[in-house]
Design a protein around this ligand. Sequence first.
Ligand SMILES: NC(=O)c1ccc[n+]([C@@H]2O[C@H](COP(=O)([O-])OP(=O)(O)OC[C@H]3O[C@@H](n4cnc5c(N)ncnc54)[C@H](O)[C@@H]3O)[C@@H](O)[C@H]2O)c1
Length: 266
Amino acid sequence: MSEVPEPQEIRTVACVGAGVIGGGWVAHFLARGFRVRAWDPAPDAEEKLRRLVDGAWPALTELGLAEGASPESLVVLPTLAEAVEGAGFVQESAPEDLELKRTLLADIDAVTAPEVIIASSTSGFPMTDMATAAENPGRLVVGHPFNPPYLIPLVEVVGGEKTERWVVEQASAFYRHVGKSVITMDRELPGFIANRLQEALWREALHMVAEGEATVEQIDTAITDGPGLRWPVHGPCLTFHLAGGEGGMAHMLDHFGPSLERRGPG
Ligand SMILES: NC(=O)c1ccc[n+]([C@@H]2O[C@H](COP(=O)([O-])OP(=O)(O)OC[C@H]3O[C@@H](n4cnc5c(N)ncnc54)[C@H](O)[C@@H]3O)[C@@H](O)[C@H]2O)c1
């Protein structure tokens, strides 16, 4: 096996699957000055992909492009094997279908140079379940982005049972190098972290609507004009720490804990 490339040595990324998320990754990597090789089996994929990149480019330009960044650094290849040729990192963003991911990740693994990490954008499948058909599951890792990946910084990185530890570390380092905010998880968790939190809120919203406790409009306003304004600055834990005044989280829990317990679930 050739030497594993350091994140800063990688100049070319392969994007497999170029829809909403794959296209968003393509735009992000292009804006960071990478050469991007894409493959997607849909007949109109290239046209759609170039439209997505063109649509994103004004915002990316305003945010600041890396030196030499250009949409012309994108090449769309007719086969998977050609797309991964010479790539230093592979990002898979095919449809969320477990069987499809299993087969596709095994196919990518079969045609990609052995020292290259292969990351999946999956929104929720554990890599342990997706890696079962691949010959080299050690280099497969989840790199879960948020839509659109060229604007929302977060990527959650997590390996499967067979993913090698250095792959999780190296993928995290690569995403950081390309300007992402990275959470490196040390265990597989359904929904990872951010979706798990979003879904908890969403479940409560559905419950309140179903019970007639709040309207859809009230729920949206409750977030957009309330805690939603705080969340870009600090997350729920820091928010509640500040709500405790000088006593911080400890005072907050002493003060509100009993009433939270009384309210109970549901
Ligand atoms: N949409 C989101 O908000 C979001 C957010 C984070 C992660 N994801 C994940 O990203 C992945 C892609 O989702 P999306 O929203 O971009 O879907 P999408 O339907 O927009 O794009 C999927 C693309 O994959 C292509 N494709 C179909 N079969 C393929 C194959 N065998 N090999 C390669 N490509 C194939 C399709 O032609 C299409 O262009 C999924 O795993 C999804 O869970 C989505």
